[in-house]
Design a protein. Structure first.
Lengths: 807, 288, 176
């Protein structure tokens, strides 16, 4: 089989076992004798802890130990600040177990380790904590205002970080502007809510001193490094395994959550395995959230709609702590100008503490917020200048001849300058307009209005910096017995199909079936160089590292095979698990044979291995069996370190029908045009996009994490926090553009977050378009519920006339 | 989220079940479990005892008696939904059940359980109320009937005493001439209603509305009759203006509050629209 | 940290228990369970059938859906003790004994209808039950989405699941 699989929708290697229910998520892993942990969490958003009484709890027959800040040794410290930055003047991170103070409802105060989770929860209720509640200001805007209650008394104004960036000369641009558009938008907080909650289990081997931790994390290698440092154990004695993981979406990349250090600690101290499986309520109370921002954005433009300057000042809600630094706000800042030229930019944010669950990236990582702000502003600009909103976009889009397009003065999340490398923005706009069939839609819209039906078209564009470093690695080995190819990389997967996509890259290079390439990732014992899965980087960074490694393995195979077949490497091809002479396919050797012979053996422990022993004809040699610089077997390691981010982009369009009576929204069409460069596996890419769009629809219309005035979570469950079912998500049409990335050998760009970024802007733009006949004002907040849509409508005169009801 | 400890009792007879209820300070009846077990898992409810009536003899029947459909306490919602005889006798039930949660929940949840739970946003209490149904309740002091008007007191609260068990629900058969409809607005498929309306009406030979009963749910603290609306409809030709006026009048029948997701103003607005829509649909089904 | 041996005797649960007799995937099982143990935990941790997953423990997400006495239901909203005398099917019983995937599983595989796989068993059991019980299912887009609406998926955006159901339903209808 000589067909290349790169670009093919190959079916996933992982599917059969997952479909059979043979997945091994952390809680599925059998750990005989394991104890179970549960956490006592603060019921107050801000309080002093006066006393903790565990006497009654300790006496319960089912409990082994109760941990508080007083008996966790050196763990009783603020957890690491993961992504430091000079702007973080007021950085605070949480302690594994609270000492003296609690800063959000749900913060861990004590850990109970007991015979099972049922009993552990019983014991929690026997712990008596005396709190002195303090006043709070949970609302973002209020928390940032003078006179607000401080979350951390030593951090004035609740400002964890303040950062200003500038590109070009925005001041002059605004002075010279013929038109200025101002807009204020608000995006409410949401949460990733992967269907598998977080989970961690640990076992310490008393004989070997090895600590094994199973963690449903996106960052097993980083966790391993951190645990080794924290517990002062040699890294090679700490093994972290991310097994099957039920979705991550960014929530599982944060390290450390308290349980990630406390569970291993307890396992070591108690000499028994310990397991902690977060429940859904806890996921809402203590696993990181994201999205809440308020942007005040201005565009300076000519009367023809050319945007010459942008100013944005925004508040970013970071929750009670800021372990992930300013990453989310930084990504939002550097995505703010979208695909538009806008040569002069001033953007400033304040990361504000609120007494709520801490914030770290959730799929999109600030880009959805930035996209919402800029796209709403572009719509508004177009309206104010009485120009077509698509024409305004086209006018401002960067053209292909302008690449690489650098925004000097803006540094992306990797610390490098924002530099867009490639794309066909205007081509994409043309294509999506054609796909929508704008003229047909406009007629349909007009006709519908005469029947009292309200259709609307929304559109929004996004860019996405993907594939950042520092690096990832690949390790490939051909197995001498079976000829199967084993691949490792340092990432972990939570459903993205790495096992298949990476296998395709290797299969193509080595001429083996995809099913014979076994990708093992997420286990630091198998391979431990690398960073983590986040920020749409797996295909770019691990993909290219694996590609480079596969090329090296290919060379080794051809060289060895050439010796075995007494030919030149150029005369050989790798096909169907063999190396064979071009034009004479009967002269061939299998990969298994090559790998066997590549490892000089003394003992012929099997028929096949005999051929590699020292007296066998093929293995005969003069002098050393392994030359200087040679290595046994067929194996290679290599790395890929990207020069900078590679920028993907896309445009979404939606056709909706709004029922003005019930204020409900129905999707008639949802189209997503995206460009992530070359696609390894289009089925996987489309799956990622559709999943992202569904989360985007959640964020546009349904999802809002709510706190009351006292900072109590209002909807910490799936009944009241609304995620879309299949009935709330439409069919999503996908149009692929492939502008290969010029920055890496495979020409790929990341796509993991692409689906979610532009959805809120697209959907709200469509709703606004539908309700234009009523003179509805601008819709500037998401999620947009029917109730809030109704409130916006009742302000409109034309609506009152038609639908007013006395109440 | 695991339940706290409780005594588990699985009596085989109704008397034993009632005894069990009286033996504990706080006890809860377990039938389908779809409303009870979430409260146990969240530890919002920590009863001393759970009395599982799943094995009690005589609670699984569906009987047609005196123009009433008698549905035993262990009869599952999905069973009723799929039952053709029930659908012929009272088509409002199947239509209402389509709105209740999702199929796996209806497979285990019981009709009586939903009535006993009395969520203000639930459909079945509103159906019981609009059809003038009742429940049969057995306790230490004997058996009694509680009419729908007397059953629902408040959100999650009925007039059933702590030592009593609802053993059956009675839903009247609808006259073949009736017009009937139920509709609701909710955020997602299967969610509790933001507002919902049930209608039962009949028409005279000349198309005038002869009788009308409407209940609203999801809108206040319990399912309520929309008496003022009914009065506007009876005697009218159910024309568009009457429906619009009737819809507006619904606001006078209910007390509504804002919650964090939905404003009271929106709820009333939706209620009015639902009244018009459901009455229209009911009228189209009625025979003169 | 020093290498340690266990520092205390294994703690015990003093939960009241009951014996239950039931059938799981065709196998008779006799077991003693804590009276408050949820069916989901019983299947996963007592019987080691970890294919049934737990996503919320309040009946909304559908990950824990199994088939009880021929009807799909949430195992997180069922006490194991209620299952005395019951017949339960879980995802592990779906494929044939020789490993051949059920039509529905095969359809999911072909249509890329799973990513992380956590919600998948719940979808499979709810769907298998619905399709086995419904002679002539309406396979319109809207109708299929309604059937799916009892299960949450955070990865796929549902579209490929719809396609998988359409294929499987047609094949299952042919077989009957």
């Amino acid at each position: 089989m000589s067909t290349q699989t790169f670009g093919e929708p190959v079916r996933r290697n992982a599917n059969p076992r997952l479909l059979r229910g043979e997945g091994a998520y952390v809680d599925d892993i059998s750990l005989p004798g394991a104890l179970h942990a549960a956490f006592l969490r603060s019921p107050f958003a801000r309080a002093r802890i006066k006393t903790i009484d565990i006497e009654e709890a300790r006496a319960h027959p089912g409990v082994v130990k109760i941990y508080t800040c007083d008996n966790i040794g050196t763990l009783d410290n603020e957890l690491p600040l993961l992504v430091p930055h000079p702007s973080l003047t007021g950085a605070r991170t949480q302690r594994p177990l609270a000492r003296d103070d609690v800063f959000h409802v749900g913060q861990a105060v004590a850990m109970v380790v007991a015979v099972d989770r049922y009993v552990a929860e019983d014991v929690l209720r026997l712990i008596d904590i005396d709190y002195d509640p303090l006043p709070v200001t949970p609302d973002l805007e209020a928390a940032a205002s003078p006179g607000s209650h401080l979350v951390h008394s030593e951090v004035p104004g609740n400002v964890a970080a303040e950062f200003e960036q500038r590109s070009g000369d925005p001041d002059t641009a605004f002075v010279q502007a013929e038109h200025i558009t101002k807009i204020r938008v608000r995006i409410e907080r949401s949460t990733a809510a992967p269907l598998e909650c977080r989970s961690v289990a640990a076992r310490h081997d008393g004989v070997t001193g090895e600590l094994t931790v199973w963690d449903g994390t996106q960052a097993p290698i980083s966790i391993r490094g951190g645990l080794a440092a924290l517990f002062d154990i040699d890294e090679d004695k700490v093994r972290v395994i991310a097994p099957d993981v039920g979705g991550g979406f960014g929530q599982k990349v944060m390290l450390f959550y308290p349980d990630e250090v406390l569970v291993p600690y307890a396992a070591i101290e108690l000499g028994r395995p310990v397991k902690y499986i977060e429940d859904r309520q806890e996921n809402f109370l203590s696993s990181n959230q994201e999205r809440a921002q308020i942007h005040e954005l201005e565009l300076a433009a000519t009367k023809e709609g050319e945007v010459l300057g942008l100013r944005d000042s925004f508040l970013h809600d970071t929750g009670a702590f800021i372990p992930y630094g300013i990453a989310v706000a930084q990504v939002a800042s550097t995505s703010i100008a979208g695909p538009y030229r806008i040569p002069n930019i001033w953007i400033k944010f304040k990361a504000i503490y609120t007494p709520t669950v801490p914030v770290s990236p959730y799929r999109g990582c600030g880009r959805p917020q930035a996209c919402f702000a800029i796209e709403r502003a572009m719509d508004k600009l177009a309206d104010e200048l009485e120009l077509d909103r698509l024409a305004v976009r086209r006018r401002n889009m960067i053209t292909p001849d302008e690449f690489p397009y650098e925004r000097e003065g803006l540094l992306f999340a990797d610390g490098l300058p924002v530099r867009y490398d490639s794309g066909e923005y205007i081509g994409a706009l043309d294509k999506i307009t054609e796909t929508v069939d704008l003229d047909a839609f406009r007629s349909e819209q007009r006709a519908a209005r005469t029947r009292g039906k309200y259709l609307g078209l929304g559109l929004a564009c996004y860019v996405e910096g993907t594939g950042i470093g520092p690096y990832e690695g690949g390790q490939i080995r051909v197995h001498p017995n079976t000829g199967k190819v084993y691949v490792n990389t340092g990432l972990a997967a939570q459903g993205q199909g790495h096992e298949t996509a990476f296998a395709q890259i290797v299969a193509d290079q080595l001429g083996v079936p995809v099913a014979d390439v076994i990708v093992v990732e997420g286990d630091t014992q198998a391979y431990d160089w690398g960073v983590a899965t986040f920020a749409s980087r797996a295909a770019v960074v691990s993909g290219n590292a694996i590609y480079k490694t596969a090329v090296a393995v290919r060379e080794q195979l051809l060289k060895r095979a050439a010796e075995m077949l007494e030919a030149a490497p150029l005369d050989l091809e790798l096909i169907d698990g063999k190396a064979r002479l071009k034009g004479m396919p009967e002269r061939s050797v299998t990969l298994a044979e090559i790998a066997t012979l590549a490892n000089p053996l003394r003992y012929g422990f099997s028929e096949a291995s005999k051929s590699a022993t020292q007296f066998a004809k093929r293995a005969k040699h003069d002098g050393p069996a392994l030359g200087e610089g040679e290595h046994p077997g067929i194996q290679a390691q290599d790395y890929y370190s990207p020069p900078c981010a590679t920028w993907a982009y896309g445009i979404h369009a939606a056709v909706v029908e709004v029922d003005p009576e019930f204020c409900t929204v129905r999707f008639l069409r949802y189209i997503c045009l995206h460009d992530c460069g070359r696609m390894i596996n289009p089925a996987i890419v489309e799956g990622q996009i559709r999943g992202g769009v569904a989360q985007g629809i959640g964020g546009a219309l349904y999802e809002r994490v709510e706190f009351d005035e006292e900072g109590n979570p209002r909807n910490a469950n799936f009944m009241d926090f609304l995620m879309p079912y299949a009935t709330e998500v439409p069919e999503i049409e996908i149009v692929h553009f492939e502008t290969p990335s010029p920055l890496n050998p495979l020409g790929v760009k990341g796509v993991g977050e692409a689906g979610v970024i532009a959805v809120a802007a697209t959907v709200v733009s469509a709703i606004e378009d539908a309700l234009k006949p009523f003179g509805i004002g601008r819709l500037l907040e998401v999620p947009l519920s029917p109730s809030s849509l109704h409130a916006a409508l009742t302000d409109a005169e034309a609506y009152k006339d038609q639908y007013a009801r006395e109440t | 989220m695991k339940p706290s400890l409780f005594e588990y009792v699985a009596p085989a007879s109704l008397d034993a079940a009632i005894d069990a209820l009286t033996n504990y300070d706080s006890s809860a009846v377990l039938a389908g479990g779809q409303s009870l077990i979430p409260t146990l898992n969240f530890r919002l409810g920590t009863p001393d005892a759970i009395v599982d009536i799943g094995q009690v003899v005589g609670l699984s029947g569906i009987d047609f008696v005196d123009s009433q459909i008698k549905i035993g306490a262990m009869v599952r919602q999905r069973q009723v939904e799929l039952d053709e005889r029930i659908h012929k006798a009272n088509p409002l039930l199947r239509e209402a059940l389509h709105y209740v949660a999702h199929i796996p929940i209806r497979n285990r949840g019981t009709i009586v359980g939903s009535l006993a739970h009395a969520d203000a946003a639930a459909e079945l209490p509103a159906v019981l109320l609009v059809t003038g149904g009742a429940v049969e309740v057995a306790g230490a002091k004997g058996v009694r009937l509680i009419s729908a008007e007397d059953l629902f007191r408040f959100h999650l609260t009925t007039t059933v005493r702590s030592d009593e068990i609802i053993t059956a629900a009675y839903f009247p058969e609808l006259s073949p001439n009736s017009g009937w409809a139920i509709d609701e607005v909710c955020r997602r498929r299967g969610d509790y209603a933001v507002a919902g309306v049930c209608v039962l009406l009949s028409l005279d030979g000349d198309g005038t509305c002869a009788s009308a009963k409407l209940t609203a749910f999801g809108i206040g603290t319990r399912a309520v009759r929309l008496n003022i609306v009914e009065q506007k409809l009876i005697g009218s030709r159910l024309d568009a203006q009457t429906l619009a006026d009737a819809g507006k009048a619904a606001a006078d029948c209910v007390e509504v509050v804002d919650d964090t997701q939905t404003s009271g103003v929106y709820r009333l607005h939706v209620l009015a629209a639902l009244v018009a829509r459901t009455v229209k649909r009911a009228a189209s089904r009625a025979r003169r | 940290m020093n290498n340690r041996r266990p520092t205390a005797s294994m703690p015990r649960s003093t939960d009241p228990t009951r014996e239950i007799n039931l059938t799981v995937n065709g196998e008779p099982i006799s077991w003693t369970v804590s009276t408050r143990m949820l069916l989901s935990d019983f299947l996963r941790h007592e019987l080691g059938l970890t294919g049934t997953h737990v996503g919320c423990e309040h009946g909304v997400c559908g990950c824990c859906t199994v088939i009880i006495d021929g009807w799909s239901g949430r195992s997180c909203l069922t006490l194991a003790v209620q299952m005395d005398g019951a017949d339960i099917r879980t995802v592990e019983g779906l494929a044939a004994s020789d490993g051949t995937l059920h039509l529905l599983q095969q359809a999911f595989h072909e249509h890329h209808a799973l990513q992380c796989g956590f919600c998948t068993p719940g979808f499979l059991m709810a769907l298998v039950n619905y399709l086995e019980r419904t002679a002539d299912p309406d396979l319109s887009e809207q109708s299929i989405r309604e059937i799916l609406s009892g299960n949450l998926c955070r990865c796929t955006g549902y579209q490929n699941i719809v396609a998988a159901v359409r294929q499987a339903a047609a094949l299952m209808a042919k077989k009957t």
